[in-house]
Unconditional design. Structure first.
Length: 130
């Protein structure tokens, strides 16, 4: 049987992400195969500056992140995953799924084109019980 955590503990785990990112974290969208967390990343398609605060307090085991401002894509490719960095821009906090639905990071289109606007339409992380 898997462990089951109280909502209070799940919220605390998620709020630790907000603390780790700090103010002004970075969200980078990549093309290619997602490596093991911390592994060499594929081509960068877009880089978002996260806001301050990164997110309000988690609720119900879900951290709903404040969406960043739109950016102009720096390259063309199929967006497949994202990496969240601390405000220093180099310390990795976590890797995330990307898509137009059903992923932690939802973007306006996974077909990213250089010079075209790219938007994060939703960004939420759930911490549930198995």
């Amino acid at each position: 049987m898997s462990a089951g955590y109280s909502t209070t503990l799940r919220n605390a785990q998620l709020d630790a992400i907000t603390t780790a990112v700090g103010n002004g974290g970075k969200l980078v969208i990549y093309a290619g195969t997602r490596p093991a967390t911390g592994g060499a990343a594929g081509p960068v398609l877009a880089t978002f500056a996260m806001g301050a605060p990164f997110a309000p307090a988690a609720s119900g085991g879900v951290l709903t992140v404040n969406p960043p401002a739109d950016v102009t894509a720096s390259a063309t490719g199929a967006a497949t995953w994202a990496r969240l960095f601390k405000s220093d821009g180099t310390t990795i906090v976590m890797d995330l799924g990307v898509g137009t639905s059903g992923q932690e990071v939802t973007i306006n289109s996974t077909s990213v084109n250089s010079g075209v606007n790219c938007s994060v339409t939703n960004f939420s992380i759930a911490c549930g019980n198995a």
